[in-house]
Design a protein around this ligand. Structure first.
Ligand code: SIN
Length: 479
C-alpha cells in the first residue's frame, strides 16, 4: 500500500494522477523514520485542480440528490469495510494509538453516512410577503467550488467532515491535506473514486510550500468558498485572502478550553472526563482542555487522582499495540510542549507527574500534570496541543467563570458538577460554541461543531453542516 502511494500520491486532478513535480517525505512520528515520499503540487497543478472542480460543478449540482447521497453512502460502507487498512495508515503517519486510529476512522465514516442522509433533505421555503402582494420563494443552491484545507491531527475525520457536506450540497472541491499526514486523505480520495464519485468532483493537491498555491487558488474566479481547520493565525491569513474575493468561509480554528471542576463534582466523572478530553489524540486537539480550574475543596483529591491516572497511561513507544498515548506530530511540536512546561515551572508551577520528553526515536512527551499554576500565568493563553494538564485552584465560582471566559478563543468549555441544573446554568455563562457537562468527549457527526470569538466561523456536522455549502436564492414571481 505504501509503495503505491509513493508512486501516485499527492495529486488527484480530474480523476487522474498527473506526473509528480516534487516529493515530500512523510514521517512516522512514533519512530522518526520516513515512511513515504509523496508527490507535491505546483501552483499551476493547484489551478488545474480548481479548473477540474469548476468543470465538474454543473454536472454534480444537477446530479439528483438521491444519487449524490447514494455515492456518499457507498463511501461510508467502503470506509467501514476497509477500516483496518485506513486505521493502520492513519496510525502510521499521525502517531496516534491504534485504538484511536480505529475510532477516528469510524468517526470519519459517520460523516459520510450523516451527509448521505442530509443530501436528500435540503429544503427551500415559500412565504407570503407581509403586505400580501407577493410570494417569497427561497431556493437552495450549491455554493460552488470549495477549497478545503485540513489539519494533521485528524487525517481522516477532518477531510471527510468537509468533503461530505460539500458533495451532499452539490459542491465540487479541491482538498489540501496537511503535509505531515497526506496519505490518509489520498486513500479517502481514491476510495471515493472507487465508490462512483465522478472525476473532478473531488481533487486533491499537496503544494509545498503551500502559500503561493493557496493564494493562486483563492484568487481563481471559480472558487466560491474556503473551509479551513487549523490555527487561528493561519485562519486570519486565509480570511484576509478570502475578503479580497468576498468568499464564503468556514473556519474551525484553535481553542483554549477551560475545564471547570465545581466543588460538588463527582471525582471519578471529573477525572475520567479530564482524561478523555485531555488525552484524546495525545492532547493534540483544538477541543482539549487547556486550563483546568478546580475548586479548592476538591483540588487535592482531583490532583492526586488525575496524576495517578496520567502516570498509569501506556505510552506507545516502539509502536505498542496497547498504547493509550501516542506521539506528537513532529520534533517541533514536542519541543514546543516541552517549552511550555519549562515556562510553567519557572513561573512557579509544580510537576506532579511527567514533565519530560523521553529519549527515544519518536516524538513523545510524557503525560504531565502541573499543579499550583498561577491563574495569571501567560502560558495559559497558549494552546498546548500536547499531553499537559495545568491545574489552577479557585474558591469563587463567579471568578472561575470569569477566568474561563478571559480568552480570545471560544471553542468549547467543560463543567463538572453533581448538580446538572447548576452545570447547565454555568454552561450558559461560558462563552464558547460548545459546552460539555460531565462529559469529556462531545464530538459527533450529527451535532454542530464550531466556536465563537477567534475560534472560528460556521459549524461542521449536524443540520448546520450542509448549510455552509448552500446559498439561498430569493425568487419572487407573480402567478
Ligand atoms: C479538532 O479539530 O481538534 C477536534 C475535532 C473533533 O473533535 O471532531
Amino acid at each position: 500500500m505504501i509503495e503505491a502511494l509513493d508512486r501516485l500520491g499527492g495529486l488527484l486532478i480530474d480523476g487522474d494522477t498527473p506526473h509528480a513535480n516534487g516529493k515530500l517525505d512523510v514521517f512516522d512520528p512514533t519512530t522518526g523514520s520516513v515512511i513515504a515520499g509523496i508527490a507535491t503540487s505546483t501552483p499551476s497543478d493547484c489551478v488545474a485542480a480548481v479548473e477540474a472542480a469548476a468543470g465538474a460543478a454543473a454536472g454534480w449540482a444537477a446530479t439528483p440528490p438521491r444519487e449524490r447521497g447514494e455515492i456518499l453512502r457507498r463511501c461510508f460502507e467502503t470506509m467501514i469495510a476497509e477500516k483496518d487498512e485506513i486505521a493502520a495508515l492513519l496510525q502510521l503517519e499521525n502517531g496516534k494509538p491504534m485504538a484511536e486510529a480505529a475510532g477516528e476512522t469510524a468517526y470519519a465514516a459517520e460523516f459520510f453516512r450523516w451527509f448521505s442522509e442530509e443530501a436528500v433533505r435540503i429544503g427551500g421555503e415559500v412565504r407570503q410577503a407581509p403586505m400580501g402582494d407577493k410570494r417569497i420563494m427561497v431556493l437552495p443552491e450549491p455554493v460552488g467550488v470549495s477549497l478545503q484545507i485540513t489539519p494533521w491531527n485528524f487525517p481522516a475525520a477532518m477531510p471527510v467532515r468537509k468533503i461530505a457536506p460539500a458533495l451532499a450540497a452539490g459542491c465540487t472541491t479541491v482538498v489540501k491535506p496537511a503535509p505531515a499526514t497526506p496519505l490518509t486523505a489520498y486513500y479517502i480520495a481514491d476510495l471515493m473514486a472507487r465508490c462512483g464519485t465522478p472525476p473532478g468532483v473531488i481533487n486533491l493537491v499537496l503544494p509545498e510550500p503551500p502559500n503561493e498555491a493557496t493564494v493562486a487558488m483563492l484568487a481563481h474566479r471559480a472558487v466560491r468558498k474556503v473551509s479551513f481547520t487549523g490555527s487561528i493565525a493561519v485562519g486570519k491569513h486565509l480570511l484576509r485572502l478570502a475578503a479580497d474575493r468576498v468568499l464564503r468561509t468556514s473556519m474551525e480554528l484553535g481553542g483554549n478550553a477551560p475545564f471547570v471542576v465545581l466543588a460538588d463534582a463527582d471525582l471519578h466523572t471529573a477525572v475520567e472526563s479530564a482524561i478523555a478530553s485531555k488525552m484524546r489524540n495525545t492532547g493534540a486537539t483544538c477541543v482539549a482542555p487547556n486550563r483546568l480550574y478546580v475548586h479548592e475543596r476538591i483540588a487535592d483529591d482531583f490532583t492526586e487522582a488525575l496524576s495517578a491516572r496520567m502516570a498509569g497511561l501506556t505510552v506507545g513507544y516502539d509502536r505498542r499495540p496497547d498504547a493509550e498515548v501516542g506521539a506528537l506530530i513532529s520534533t517541533g511540536e514536542r519541543d514546543k510542549v516541552a517549552g511550555i512546561v519549562q515556562t510553567a515551572v519557572s513561573g512557579g508551577a509544580r510537576v506532579v507527574t511527567g514533565g519530560r520528553a523521553p529519549d527515544c526515536g519518536g516524538y513523545f512527551y510524557e503525560p504531565t500534570v502541573l499543579s499550583d499554576v498561577d491563574p495569571n500565568a501567560s502560558f495559559l493563553a497558549r494552546e498546548i496541543f500536547g499531553p499537559v494538564a495545568p491545574l489552577v485552584r479557585f474558591r469563587d465560582e463567579a471568578a472561575a467563570v470569569e477566568m474561563a471566559n478571559d480568552t480570545d478563543a471560544g471553542l468549547i468549555a467543560y463543567v463538572m458538577t453533581g448538580d446538572l441544573g447548576h452545570g447547565l446554568a454555568i454552561g450558559e455563562k461560558l462563552d464558547a460554541g460548545m459546552v460539555a457537562v460531565n462529559r469529556g468527549i462531545i464530538s459527533e457527526p450529527a451535532a454542530p461543531f464550531g466556536g465563537t470569538k477567534e475560534s472560528g466561523i460556521g459549524r461542521e456536522g449536524g443540520f448546520e453542516g450542509i448549510e455552509e455549502y448552500l446559498e439561498r436564492k430569493y425568487v419572487s414571481a407573480n402567478w
